[in-house]
Every structure is written in C-alpha cells, then in structure tokens.
Design a protein around this ligand. Structure first.
Ligand code: O2Y
Ligand code: MN
Length: 606
C-alpha cells in the first residue's frame, strides 16, 4: 500500500510529515505478510547484518549481532516528557517536552537518508479486541519490522480496524545512521552513539519518539514503550491496569481452571514461571503471556486480562531444557536470535544452554571463541542480554484462550523478588490494600556482583514497574488503591507475595523452584476459593507447615524455615521501607500505604 492510499487522514498527515523530516529514499506501508517478513530478513542478510541458521537444525531462524553500545534497554536515556516534572515523578527521567522535541527533531532531520522508511501498523492485543490498542511505528530498520511481525500483530488488518479516524499511538523510530549514496551497512549494526540515544515518551499526547538504538525495548516500540509506559497512563485515565505481569492458566486435578497474573523484577524467572511444567501430579499450567498484562473490568465485575504481545522476547543465557523446556521448544523455528553465539554448523549456543560449547564458536562480537573452562574470567560467547524473539503460538504450553479478545478472568496476583532472607515462600495479603502494600515493596537483594551497591541491600522495584511506569509512581500506587476502592473487593484477584529464593544459614537455596513452584501455585489456587491450610500472622496469611506437599530434598525443618515469619527480619524490613524506600515518593506516597506499614509494625511488636 502507498502512503497516498492511507484512509486515516491523521495517520497519512503524520506519515507525510515524518517523510519530509527524515528524508528516506523510499516509504513502505507494511502489510504484515509472510512475504514481507521474508523480504526484511533478506534485506538484512544482504546488508551483512543477518546470518541464516542451519535449516536442518533451526528452520526459519536468523542471528543478528548488534553494536556493543546497543545491547539492552538504556534507562539513562529513557524519558517521560510530561508537561510537569511532578507528573513524571522522582523515579523517571524528566525533560520538558518542547525542549526534547526540539532536540530530537534536529536528530531526526535527514536521519533516514539512503534508507527505507517503514510504516508499521500494529495491534497490541488481538486485533479488534476491546482491550487492545493500535500503534503505528515508523522505522528505518528492517530488523525492527521483522521483530514487530513476531512480537505484535502487524499489517493491513490493523488499518482496517483503525478505520478513517480511530485512535492510534504514533511511534517514531530511527536507528540514527543515515547512509551516503551507494553506502550499505556492510555488516555494521546501525545505531547512534550512546549519548545520542533517546527513548522518549510524551504521556499527554500519547506519543513515542525513539532515536539511535535498534535493540529490543528501545526499538520495538509496542513492548515497553507502548504496552507499559504509554498504556500505564491510558490505564490510569481510563480505569484499567497495564502491568508488567505474566499471565498463566492453571488447571487442578478436578479440571477446574484459574488464571494467575504476576509481577517480578528482572532475573526472577518470570518467563520460566509463565511456562512452568508442574511436578505436582494432576496439575496443568499453560501460558497466556510472559511479560505484560492488560486488564479491564468485565460486566461481571471481574478483571479480564489479555497478553498484548504476540511473541516472547526472552533472555537466552540460562534458558535450557531443565529451566524452561517450553521456551526451548518455542525457539526451534521461525525465531530471531540476537547476540547469541554461532556454532560451526550454524546453530546457536549460549552460556547455560545445558551443554558445553560444541567446538569453535563465533561469539556475539563476531570473533572466534573457544571455550576455556579453566578460565573463570573468560568473556561469555553470548551477551548476557542476548535474546530470542519467537512467536507465542509456537509454545507447546500456550493456552487455547491466549488470543481470546475478551481476555481471561484473573483470580490471583503474585508479587515476588529474589529475597534470600526474611520473606517466606508464600504469604497471602489480608485484603486489597495490604496487597497493594506488597506490590509497593517488591525488590530483590543485590548480589556482590553489582559493584555499585553493598551486597545485602534490597533494590526495590515496586510492582516491577519502576522502569516502565509512564507517570509518577506515587500516583500509580494511588491508582491501584482506587481500583480497590471503586470495585467489589470480593471479585478482585487475591494478592500473594512469593519468594522462591530464600536461603538457609549455609547460603543454599531451600526451595528447588522451577516445576516445584506448582506446589505453591496449587496452594494459591485453593486459597482463591478460601481453601487450603492457612495461618494468620503479623505479615499476612501463610500456609500451615503441611499445607504444601514437600518436594524431594526439602525436609520438614526446611519447610518450617521457609514458611517461618522472621519477626526481627520483618522489623528491619519495615524500618528499611520507612527510611529508604517510601521517602523516595515524597508527598505523592498515598497515606493508605503508611497506615498499612504502621499496622504491620504494630502487629510485629504485639
Ligand atoms: O533489553 C531489552 O531491550 C529487553 S528488556 C525485556 C525484554 C523482554 C521482557 N522483559 C524485559 C524487561 O526488561 O523487563
Ligand atoms: Mn519485562
């Protein structure tokens, strides 16, 4: 389709303005077809950016290697440009929107010279779903076009739903590397230097402007930028929830089904939990989504969730048949790999794949790499943030409802982090506001590897939303509280705090995790119906020692320890929240959370 054929006048005008500013060699409106996807891969192959993998081992798969300056989301260059600084809040980078647009307009001027400008209409969520939203990304990266094909629903079908005057989120993206006449990328991942990368959000006008990065969350603008930062603002204004949450379906041996959603900071095994294979006989877990949940209230007063995404953009290192067999199955074909290592027979390899490197590799820098197990300091062959982008439909555990436009009714929310001490295996909130308190204190203990902070310190990431909330985090807490106040609490999801990472005095994990977490999910399932052995404590409702069937290797005393409410540890936790965490939100911190903090402290002292 040509730009002149676009039926939506606002969209056409915006595309024409972008074209005039960025001066691309050509403009294409994406149709979302397989032929288009194949062409994007071919263009990048011809530019020396993509390597086709061995079709006998990984059919339809390609590998990209990015520039070392462009390997992850760049939080320091991510901006919430609301009119007032207070609306972005103390935990976001704020810049005045007019000043930011001025700076970025100059960067965008002529930035697509020698490249094609792709217009990518996409739907976050099943096309036409009441919960879905439409975005249109303008990008000069065929890698982005191909990745958006996997991660969202792209093409003409989206324009049909958009009609002549529908709402869409305009998303500008350029890699920031114009080409001179006759120049090609010639194997060099195009991007701008770190100090010229901008990932900007304009919450009031619902716009996204990204410049200088071609990688992941910086460039696939449907994901973190639209589905979380802009959507969180839409959700606040429209009375729903846009959350950094997985969605799973769980079926008990009697065939009863519930849906559970959960937020965890990075490195807590969120994708593994979403794709868990239960060890508990008779139970089944299926995947609806692994990263983001959009939830709206149905006519019955319950919260219904969709996964706005169509693919998984998972971290490769550490993914193996033990940690996540369903992910390994999902990425066997039609997958885009970025920054993993390449084997001699053109397969992929990464640290923690479950077997030694099979001979000489090409590492993520494109250099020869031979595994040296005696050298603990050998740089990894795959970048620690190397990724796979795979269609969600390829997951063997994908739930049949995963594309249901009306969403799935959520029974429980989980919050968790990596907490070697204090936090028990599972703890149910006494009520909604107590659950909001739990979400607000989510965090993981910093390991000695993070050199900037002392080991033992808790790095808090409330609701796992700190890098993804498009407005003031204090107002975000208020939004959650308001959801509870304005709806029938008996129909709201029950809230649980989980911790798979508690260690014993010897520093060993007490709980085996992975598939054994199904035992905890089973208790949560029963608690949603008011069943399951449970004890009231100062911090919430915890399982009785025999309420959760013990996995192999977990003794009775281990179970006691992992369910124990460590009163002194909790007093220190409360003090840390009061002194170091809540003050970050200034006068925007809802008083209800302080009341909750005081109440827990009082119970701990009584
Ligand atoms: O580094 C990136 O660009 C990707 S970050 C990411 C990708 C998939 C799911 N979650 C995340 C995250 O940072 O939470
Ligand atoms: Mn995420």
């Amino acid at each position: 389709m040509k730009v002149s054929e676009l039926k939506h006048s606002g969209l056409k005008k915006w595309v024409e303005e972008a074209q005039a500013l960025m001066s691309p060699e050509a403009v294409e409106v994406c149709d979302g077809s397989q032929a288009e996807y194949d062409r994007m891969i071919l263009i990048t192959k011809e530019a020396g950016l993509a390597t086709e993998l061995n079709p006998a081992k990984k059919p339809g798969c390609v590998l990209y290697r990015s520039d070392p300056s462009d390997v992850a989301r760049v939080e320091a260059s991510t901006y919430i440009a609301s009119k007032s600084k207070d609306d972005a809040g103390p935990t976001n980078n704020w810049v005045d929107p007019a000043a930011l647009k001025k700076t970025m307009t100059e960067l965008y001027r002529g930035c697509m010279k020698g490249r094609t400008m792709y217009v990518i209409p996409y739907s976050m969520g099943p096309v036409g779903s009441d919960i879905a939203k439409i975005g249109v990304e303008i990008s000069d990266s065929p890698y982005v076009v191909a990745s958006m094909h996997i991660m969202s629903r792209v093409g003409t079908k989206v324009l049909d739903v958009l009609g002549t005057d529908g709402f869409f989120v305009p998303c500008l993206h350029s890699v920031g590397k114009p080409l001179a006449p006759g120049e090609s990328d010639n194997g060099q991942w195009p991007c701008a230097p770190l100090d010229k990368k901008y990932i900007s959000h304009f919450p009031e006008t619902r716009e996204i402007w990204s410049y200088g990065s071609g990688y992941g969350g910086n460039a696939l603008l449907g994901k973190k930028c639209l589905a979380l930062r802009i959507a969180s603002v839409l959700a606040r204004d429209e009375g729903w929830l846009a959350e950094h949450m997985l969605i799973l379906k769980i079926t008990n041996p009697e065939g009863e089904v519930k849906y559970i959603s959960g937020a965890f900071p990075s490195a807590c095994g969120k994708t593994n939990l979403a794709m868990l294979i239960p060890t508990l006989p008779g139970w089944k877990v299926e995947t609806v989504g692994d990263d983001i949940a959009w939830m709206k209230f149905g006519a019955d007063g319950r919260l219904y969730a969709i996964n706005p995404e169509a693919g998984f953009f998972g971290v490769a290192p550490g993914t193996n048949n033990e940690s996540n067999r369903n992910a390994m199955e999902s990425i066997k074909k039609n997958t885009i790999y970025t920054n993993v290592a390449l084997t001699e027979d053109k397969d992929v390899w990464w640290e923690g794949i479950g077997y030694d490197a099979p001979g000489k590799l090409i590492d993520w820098h494109g250099k020869e790499w031979i595994q040296d197990k005696n050298n603990k300091n050998q740089p990894p062959a795959a970048h620690p943030n190397s990724r796979f982008a795979a269609p969600a439909r390829q997951c063997p555990a994908i739930a049949k409802e995963w594309e249901d436009p009306k969403g799935v009714p959520i029974s429980a929310f989980l919050f968790g982090g990596r907490r070697p001490k204090t936090i028990p295996l599972v703890n149910q909130a006494k009520n909604w506001i107590h659950g909001v308190f739990m979400g607000s204190i989510v965090g993981s203990e910093v390991t000695a590897a993070a050199l900037d902070v002392k080991a033992g310190v808790i790095r808090r990431d409330p609701f796992a939303m700190l890098p993804f909330c498009g407005y003031n985090m204090g107002d975000y807490f208020k939004h959650w509280i308001k959801i509870g106040q304005s709806h029938d609490e008996s129909k709201l999801p029950k809230i649980f705090f989980v911790n798979w990472f508690r260690k014993n005095d010897g520093g060993k994990f007490i709980w085996p995790g992975y598939g054994e977490n199904s035992r905890v999910l089973a208790w949560i399932f029963d608690r949603c119906d008011g069943k399951g052995g449970a004890m009231e404590t100062a911090i919430g409702t915890v399982p009785t020692p025999d309420a959760i069937a013990r996995p192999n290797g977990v003794s009775e005393s281990d179970m006691k320890e992992i369910l124990n409410v460590d009163i002194e540890g909790w007093k220190a936790e409360i003090a840390d929240i009061r002194k170091n965490h809540y003050p970050k939100f200034g006068d925007k911190l809802p008083k209800e959370l302080l009341v909750e903090l005081d109440a827990i402290e009082k119970r701990l002292n009584s």
